[in-house]
Design a protein around this ligand. Sequence first.
Ligand code: AMP
Ligand code: MG
Length: 390
Amino acid sequence: MISVETALDIIDTNSTPLTPKILPLTEAQHHVLAEDCISMITMPPFRQSAMDGYALNLNGTDSYTIIAEVKAGDAINPKLQAGEGVRIFTGARVPDTATTVIMQEKTKKSGTTLSIPNDTPVNKNIRPTGEQIKQGDVALSKGTPLNAAAIGFLAGLGITTVKAYPSPKVGIVVTGNELVAPGLPLPDGKIYESNYIQLHAALTTMHISSITKYMVMDDYENTKNILQKGLKENDVLLVSGGISVGDYDFVGRALRDLQTQELFYKVKQKPGKPLFFGKQNTTTVFALPGNPASSLTCFYVHVVPMLQRLMGQQNFGLPRTKKQLTNSYQKRGDRAEFLKAQILEDQVTILDGQSSAMLHTYALANALVYFSATSNGADQNTLVECMLLP
Ligand code: AMP
Ligand code: MG
């Protein structure tokens, strides 16, 4: 059995970004740039007025003759003699011969004569050509996540496509004879299936939308056939349940018989000990324990950093922070623990109901408190490590 830290190292070294794709900018949000994005234009492409007002050729006096008007979008470039100006609006091209723009609030106009204060400075309220970026320069570099502003910035440079890392195709294989779809009657001995929709929700939070569901009975041949199909059809295969040591847990054996490379099986952690990580050609497989809370913790701790790497992201794992513990916790045993907890401002409380079969506590948690394998827990008011849940 390996430690959490070793497991994360193995995941790190065995997860590489997916092959980049050309994506339309309209579909690129949340993706990460796979190459530097070069600007094809200089921005702004011309000297732009930053105000509604007057563009003037200053002559040291306080009186100017307004000879024309330039609106945003106009292509005209009136020639101004010293002492002349044009009416101008925000975003409009400033005439080459104008030496400043004065905001209209500071002026008085009578007919074509404009009065301005004596101390009007040169070169005010003009956005210089190329102030934002020059043609051929890097607009955004490789590794930049495309948030709304990045999308807007690139669109403003006339860019319509980007080379970015795609989101993985994820398959979720749900195992268990006891599982019934929510909405159907619940026969004796059965429970409602909840891991698929839970993992689906967690993937959606990461902006992964290509998700396929596979259902498997606890039967060796069926398990093996469906796993084979899932491995072929996806970049990532998440298997729920059937990976423990019970007589009807067939996932481990089936993966082995399919020649899936085992990178680790079993991690010294609570919950989520029977966790399998492996590879089949270019497909990454995680077999997660079936207990819903274990399954989700394994997802947050181990699957999230793998997915982030595949998608070319630069930050791995859930964000971590230290908070003051309002209660105390005594950890027994030699496994690391992830405990459902509630952060309120600078403090964190470890919640009751940590069973890996129970989700109620998890539903109310906004963090997991982490105790390493060698820790004995923590006293009240001490600082503990917290992972922030999405
Ligand atoms: P397993 O890992 O297959 O031994 O399952 C461990 C526990 O988790 C059992 O109590 C299962 O009934 C439960 N379980 C497994 N899969 C699911 C699922 N998809 N939804 C809800 N509970 C599950
Ligand atoms: Mg099972």
